[in-house]
Every structure is written in C-alpha cells, then in structure tokens.
Ligand binder design. Structure first.
Ligand SMILES: [Zn+2]
Length: 503
C-alpha cells in the first residue's frame, strides 16, 4: 500500500499577497529572512525583518506529536521580537505556533530552531517536515519560519538568504534574487507566503541538477544512493509530465519544481507548492519502479490536481487524492511503465483498500466525510476516492457513447477553477460532468461519495471488459472473454493498449 500524502493543512495557507487597505500604510520595505545553519549543533539561527500587517505572527502547519505539544513551534528557542526602533516587544503566546502582536508595523524577529525534527513521529512522516542525511538537511519552509499570520498573507516582496557550512548549497524551488551570484550567501526571491512555507528545501552537499522537462525547470536533489538512478527518474518524470499536460490541457501553476529523494523504509512522499519530497526504500531500479515510480508519478500529478486546482474544503479530498491515484495508474499503464499484470494488480488494490476501510476498519462515514480526518481515514479517502474517480470516468464514457471521460472533466476544472483564487466543490464536478454528458450526475455522485453504504464497483469493471471475482478481501481482475468491442475500446482509451510486459 502506498502512503502518499499531501498535508491538508497546506490548503489553509493564504494565497494572496495583497496589502491591507487599512492604516497604517505599509512602509514598502519588503520582508527578508536570513537563515544560518550550524550543522554540528543541528541548529538554525533565523533573523527576519518583516512587515506585520495582521495582529498575528505565526508558524504554520504546526502538528502536535508526542513530546511536542505545539509541534514544530516547540523546537523554536529564544524568540525575540523588536519594533523598528529596537524596542523589545512582548508577543502573547496563543499556542499552536501563533503569537498575538499588534500589527501594522515593521518588526525584527530573531530565534533559533533545534533541527531535531527527525526525532519525532510526525503523522505525515519526516519527509513532510524535516530530516538529516549525511549529505545535509531537508526542511520545509514552514518548519523554519515565522510569518505574518493574517488572512492576507505577506505584504510586499520576500527574500530569503542562507548562510551555510562550507561546501553546502541551498536547493530551493525559488528564483535566485538579482545580484545573488556575486554574494557570499545564497539569496532567493519568493513570490508568496504559500511558496515560502509550503515547500521542501535541501541544504547540503547532495547531488543536484536542473533539467528542462517539457518547459518546466525541474531540479532533482538525490541522496548518494539514488544518483545512479537519475536517468530512470528523469525518464519517468518527463513522460508522466507530458501525459499530465495533455490530461489537463496545460502546464501546472509553477514553472520551477524541486524534487528531493532520499532513503527511508517508509517509501512515502509528500507534495508541496513547487516541490516534492520522496523517500525510497532501498535502491531504485526498474524492478521496483512499480513502487517508487507510483509515488513519484502521484506526487507529480498533484502539481495539477491539488495545487493548480484545489477543492473548497476537505469534502473533496477524495477527488484530490482519488482522481490523482486513478489517473496515476492509467497514465503509468499508457506510458508502458506498468504492464497488464501490474495494472490488474493495481486495479485489484483499489477496491481492496475500500473494503479494508469499510469492513476491517469499520469506517462508516461517507467517502466525502472521510477527508475531514485524512490520516486515520486514508484507506477510505484514497481507496474510496480512486474507486469513485474510476467509476465516474467510466460512467461519463458510457453515458456519452465514449465521447468524453474524466480527462475532459479535469480539463474543464483546470480551465474554470485555476489557482490561485478559484476553488471547486462537488457541485462543480457534478455540473461539469452533467454538461459534458447532457445528463444528471448528482444521483451518481450521491451514491459514490455521499452515501454511507457499500459502493458496487463491478458494473464499472464490466463496462471496461473486465471481470472481478472476489471472496471477502481476495480480488482477482482479468479480461472478460465475452467483452464487447466497445468495452475493449473503452479499456484501451483509458489504459492504452497495455502489453503483457512492461518496458
Ligand atoms: Zn496524494
């Protein structure tokens, strides 16, 4: 089973950079962070010169874990805030990483962060928070930096400067600041609070190379063990990215991405605004591409579904994760990364995860409601979600005599609800599916994702010329010998003419 995650909390981050109209007026001086890393002491020293528009200074995405009641914020030490005249201020600690402080003024913030994040059991895994390797430090912006906690985001331009140990590089998805090449430190311009906080960074000596992948600047940072696999990663990223551009009818929101890969037995990954952080268990080769390639392709697809288009709230987490999982399977098959045998195993896993959620875990809520508590309910979010996405695709094809399917719906969502700013809901999915097929999709979606009953996936497989034989948790998918030409053509339209062997 794959533990692929996208922290829901990121979606709560603001996306705009607009100034607040109320007095006092922004002083126009921008926001700068200076981060110094002492690798031996496992510490970061942060100095920030910020415009605080709202009345809150916050560390975002803070999660409580055993030993850290305020999560990442409990690793902060010696927080000191002054005003522009140098007077020490006394922000009121509210918990959860929030400090109340009168805004509408410039503040100077200084603190250090104990870089011990990998000593704690984060619900989403260390790859979404921070960890060390013998080549340096992976850390997210949110685990290091305080920012204006107001709804409007950060007012004015943002720069981040790193002072690193000798021989280290700062790998970020951000643009280098003008004139930075002449500086002894590494300096970057960051377009928004979301880009500042919702990104993974790698600071250290690990192998790092930037490629143009279909017009997207992609930097791969690879732990030593994965350098020999670079071509395999690039091949998968290039071909999947081309498929996703076709699927969504355009490039993702960001044109620069950072991918960080290191070793850990979890094999898990996490996607951020312009980066993803992935663990691989053991070596990465063609034989186990079915595992690492799946995680990589899933996280890459989130750059569109999840980050370039985003649901209004947790209710459509099933669509964000489920459509991503289903379309990952379909495109990996189309691109020849998985053969028919592995494809059928994947298609068996989808209803199995749903069955585990409903029967073994006894999760009785609807698939939509399961998104409220994503980590404990993940089998229902991902399993129920990908089952519903597949059923939706097939139903759209059946109703439209194979004229349209889920890819047309994804294109319409991408065109009509682009981030930043616009977000979709279930009503939008129902409306677009209805318009594309000239039929009412509300009852179908009610049954698939709003019901607390057991959704029957067998008609979906039948319509693809497949049969599923099952006994409790045993599921076997194979080709139905009596399948019609139309059913076979539908299968090929989704999965391609999959061969018996992968490339
Ligand atoms: Zn995901």
């Amino acid at each position: 089973m794959h533990l692929v995650r996208l922290a829901l909390a990121w979606l709560a981050l603001g996306f705009s950079n607009t100034a607040i109209a109320a007095a006092p007026v922004y002083d126009g001086q921008g926001n700068s962070y200076r981060i110094s890393i002492d690798a031996n002491a496992r510490r970061a020293q942060v100095r920030a010169d910020l415009w605080l528009a709202g009345d809150m200074l916050s560390m975002f995405n803070v999660m409580t874990v055993p030993g850290l009641a305020d999560g990442q914020a409990d690793l902060v030490e010696g927080l000191q805030v002054r005003d522009a005249a140098g007077t020490v201020l006394a922000p009121r600690k509210l918990g959860g990483g929030d400090y109340e402080l009168a805004g509408g003024r410039r503040i100077l913030v200084q603190y250090s962060v104990r870089l011990d994040h990998d000593k704690y059991a984060w619900p989403a895994g260390a790859e979404e928070i921070g960890y060390w390797t013998d080549e340096g430090l992976m850390i997210t912006g949110a685990s290091l930096l305080f920012a204006d906690g107001g709804d409007a985001g950060i007012t004015g331009p943002i720069t981040v400067e790193f002072e690193l140990p000798r021989g280290w590089r700062a790998n970020t998805p951000w643009q280098r600041a003008p004139g930075a090449e002449k500086s002894a430190t590494e300096r970057f311009s960051v377009p928004s609070r979301r880009e500042l906080l919702s990104n993974a960074l790698f600071l250290g000596t690990a192998d790092s190379e930037t490629f143009d992948v279909g017009g997207v600047q992609m930097t791969l940072v690879l732990g030593n063990r994965y350098v020999p696999s670079k071509d395999l990663f690039l091949d998968l990223l290039r071909r999947q990215l081309e498929s996703y551009k076709d699927l969504f009818g355009g490039k993702p929101l960001s044109s620069r991405y950072l991918v960080i890969i290191n070793e850990d037995k979890s094999g898990d990954g996490g996607a951020f605004a312009s980066s993803f952080s992935q663990y691989i268990a053991g070596d990465a080769d063609e034989r186990n591409r079915v595992i690492w390639g799946y995680v990589m392709a899933h996280e890459l697809l989130h750059f569109w579904n999840g980050l370039s288009i985003t649901p209004v709230d947790y209710h459509e987490e099933w669509f964000k994760e489920g459509a991503t999982d289903y379309l990952t399977i379909a495109t990996l098959a189309r691109n020849g990364f998985i053969d028919e045998n592995l494809l059928f195993k994947r298609l068996e896993n989808v209803p199995r995860r749903y069955l585990i959620a409903r029967m073994a875990q006894g999760l009785g809520m609807s698939v939509r409601d399961s998104g409220k508590d994503k980590q404990p309910n993940r089998q229902l979010v991902y399993g129920g979600g990908s089952l519903a996405a597949m059923a939706l695709d097939v139903e759209m094809r059946v109703r439209s005599r194979d004229r349209v399917g889920l890819p047309d719906l994804m294109k319409a969502l991408y065109a009509q609800y682009p981030m930043p700013g616009k977000r979709y809901s279930l009503d939008d999915i129902a409306r677009i599916a209805g318009e594309l097929t000239q039929s009412d999709f509300r009852p179908f979606l009610a049954n698939a994702v709003e019901s607390t009953g057991y959704f029957d996936i067998r008609p979906t497989y039948e319509a693809l010329g497949l049969r599923m034989d099952s006994f409790v948790e045993e599921m076997f998918i194979g080709r139905e010998p009596g399948a019609t030409a139309q059913q076979k053509a539908r299968f090929d339209a989704i999965f391609g003419a999959v061969s018996a062997r992968s490339q």
